[in-house]
Design a binder for this molecule. Structure first.
Ligand code: ZN
Length: 258
């Protein structure tokens, strides 16, 4: 499993088809236990599911936490009925990639940025101990996505504080990445490309558990995320890839003099 840090991908002098950034291993970058945390199950699987599949494919652990069931996403079905279908689809898709589907059932469209929500996510992080978390970038038009960004930011902080006593002991998350999501595109700048060649087909098939994947609610998720995997692969010199964005503080590198 390889990972390409693409900060210099567009630099002058780069040969076509060759990555100018350095390539490191997925192990080195902590893709052994990956948790996706999303506002809605569709986001967790479509925009964040591939890195989770990378972890489970390599014998590690993967989980996908949805803060709501996305139950208000259907123009035709009742929230109760649609939510039940979303839960079922998430469980089926998670099983297909060897991961766990987890839920906190805040109301779709009204995910609250509260201490209660932050502690609830903190508790899930402490229970599953992910090395890496993938979540929403804040540059989103969707209020639930922005809420998720804020909740996760503080939940990671709370999870790592030993003096903050909860049911499980403190757990330090090593890496945080923001996912490439068509709804969170404002200011999204990819700096990391993850090789998903080995898991791409299985992940795309797993997403098919959701009826909305095929455009039932208006957006053609399958075409979008399927072709993005190809396009991001072209940019990173992997056959298939997803783009990720690091928080600013994670982009700092320490270089020792020779
Ligand atoms: Zn969403």
């Amino acid at each position: 499993m390889a990972l390409s840090s693409g900060a210099k991908l567009a630099s002058a002098g780069q040969l076509p088809g060759q990555s100018a950034g350095k390539t490191s291993s997925g192990e080195e970058k902590d893709f052994s236990n990956v948790m996706a945390i999303a506002a809605h199950p569709g986001d967790a699987f479509f925009a964040m599911g591939a890195p989770v599949a990378v972890a489970t494919h390599a014998g590690g652990q993967g989980s996908l936490l949805s803060l709501s069931l996305g139950e208000r996403g259907s123009p035709k079905m009742s929230a109760e009925q649609y939510g039940a279908g979303q839960r079922e689809a998430a469980e089926k898709a998670a099983a297909a990639i060897g991961a766990k589907a987890l839920f906190l059932t805040y109301p779709d469209g009204e995910i609250p940025v509260t201490e209660e929500a932050k502690f609830a996510v903190c508790d899930v992080i402490r229970q599953y101990k992910p090395s890496t978390i993938v979540t929403h970038w804040k540059g989103s038009w969707h209020k639930d996505h922005r809420a998720c960004y804020d909740i996760v930011d503080d939940a990671i902080f709370y999870a790592g504080l030993p003096a903050l006593v909860r049911k499980d002991p403190a757990h330090g998350v090593r890496k945080l990445f923001f996912a490439d999501n068509w709804e969170d595109a404002t200011g999204f700048a990819a700096d990391t490309y993850l090789d998903i060649t080995a898991v791409c087909e299985g992940w795309l098939n797993a997403c098919g558990a959701f009826p909305m994947w095929r455009g039932e609610t208006g957006f053609r998720y399958n075409d979008y995320y399927g072709s993005m995997a190809v396009a991001r692969g072209c940019l990173s010199n992997f056959k298939r890839a997803v783009a990720l964005m690091s928080p600013e503080e994670q982009r700092v590198e320490r270089v020792r003099a020779l």
